[in-house]
Design a protein around this ligand. Structure first.
Ligand SMILES: *Cc1c(COP(=O)(O)O)cnc(C)c1O
Length: 410
């Protein structure tokens, strides 16, 4: 049986055409028509100037650099996030200070943030910047966060790597900080195979990011450099993929939201499995469908992960809180128990926009099978699957399945 991935790329109809145009015109490097068009199309969508970069991580690195973060500085960062949110702090010789999540959104807790800033202000050790993450595609509680940071004049970098297409109070997530970042990595809601987008309300900041991302070469013909630059530009080939993907972003959001709704309905009657809450202030893109497992479920989160793995289904724990990582064990932090709980009990189920209804059913059946076993018995981890696998009919519309069928027939 085909293994079900957590979050797979899902191409539309135009990506190959745009890539083909790059080949036909020989624009195969980090300048070209696809890049210019991608940036225009992105700007048309979110209403802010952007620069296309080689990854979300590169965009965070450049963004923090442009916010003036340097050696010895401190940067606040939610502890519940992917490690790429925080690593660029270390690239710059600065130190992260981790802040806990609030249960209602799993994102940066605005009350704790304000307390932390007040406490730091008393000690005259305010951070140079605050990173806010829109986790699993859901916007953080931006208004009180903006208010808290505004009070102390601390700039925000919004890491919306996972949240392209999500909204906060009707506006696009990713556009609330002084710098915003999206990722176009292969596992995100849309992909360039690899890539990132940096946005800002300040055109000048975006232009400085562009300059630094292409080795910071001073104007003129000679190779004169006055600032340290980076090689962080996106390729015109990959911009072609991104352009095609941007055309289907709304559809991808709808498809992922449908999957989340289906899981939610399918587990409604089960004890001990609750969906990640959707906060009232916006619409999540449901990049990943996440759930919290409690003891009433019948097996632990880790047992459920193992059970799904045995059933050929890729699921993952929620991000492990960064203050629990060996890399960041010595970092300072405010709170942490909310993030620790989500790290220990959170599970992300397959959420690809091209996950077929049959494969969604396979996931649902496998989760329900794990739930109904008594917690004491562990033998369900290694069952003889053949006899009890749900019946799956091959979807004739799926090219992979069609290929397999043809291979068998031929
Ligand atoms: C994926 C991700 C990144 C990094 O983006 P890349 O394009 O993979 O470098 C940063 N932050 C978060 C929260 C992410 O999920």
């Amino acid at each position: 049986m085909k293994r079900i991935p957590l979050s797979a790329p899902h191409m539309g109809d135009s990506e190959a055409k745009f890539v083909q145009e790059a080949f036909a015109s020989n624009w195969l490097s980090s300048v070209g028509p696809n890049l210019r068009a991608l940036e225009q199309e992105f700007t048309a969508r979110i209403g802010l100037p952007v620069v296309a970069l080689s990854s979300g991580t590169a965009a965070i690195h450049l963004g923090l650099h442009l916010l003036g973060v340097g050696p010895g500085d401190e940067v606040f960062c939610p502890t519940l996030t992917f490690v790429a949110s925080a690593n660029p702090i270390l690239y710059l010789g600065a130190r992260p200070v981790f802040i806990d999540s609030e249960p209602k959104s799993w994102n940066l807790d605005p009350v704790l943030l304000l307390e932390a800033l007040e406490e730091r202000a008393r000690r005259r050790r305010l951070p140079k910047a605050v990173i806010v993450v829109d986790l699993f595609g859901q916007s953080a509680s931006m208004d009180p966060i903006l208010e808290a940071c505004g009070r102390f004049g601390i700039p925000i970098l919004e890491d919306a790597a996972e949240a392209l297409g999500a909204t906060y109070k009707g506006l696009p997530a990713g556009c609330f900080g002084k710098v915003g970042v999206f990722s176009l990595n292969g596992n995100k809601i849309i992909t360039a195979s690899g890539g990132g987008i940096l946005v800002s309300q300040e055109r000048d900041l975006v232009e400085r990011a562009r300059f630094l991302s292409t080795q910071a070469r001073d104007p003129g013909v000679g190779y004169q450099h006055s600032k340290v630059g980076f090689n962080y530009a996106m390729s015109n080939v990959l911009a072609g993929i991104a352009r095609g993907q941007l055309q289907v972003l709304d559809l991808r959001v709808q498809q992922r939201r449908n999957i989340a709704a289906r899981y939610r309905a399918a587990f409604f009657d089960l004890d001990g499995i609750e969906p990640m809450p959707e906060a009232p202030w916006g619409q999540s893109n449901k990049w990943l469908s996440c759930f919290l497992i409690s003891p009433e479920f019948g097996c632990s989160r880790d047992e459920l992960l193992a059970h799904l793995d045995q059933a050929g289904i890729e699921s993952r724990p929620a991000w492990r809180a960064l203050h629990l990582q060996p890399l960041y064990a010595s970092a300072e932090r405010y709170g942490g128990s909310v993030a620790e709980d989500i790290s220990a009990r959170g599970i992300c189920l397959p959420s690809s926009s091209n996950l077929s209804p049959e494969d969604q059913e396979r996931v649902i059946t496998a989760v329900r099978a794990a739930a109904t076993r008594p917690a004491a018995s562990k033998d369900f981890l290694y069952p003889t699957r053949q006899s009890e696998s749900p019946r799956i009919s091959l979807d004739p519309g799926d090219p992979v399945d069609a290929k397999i069928q043809n291979a068998v027939v031929g």
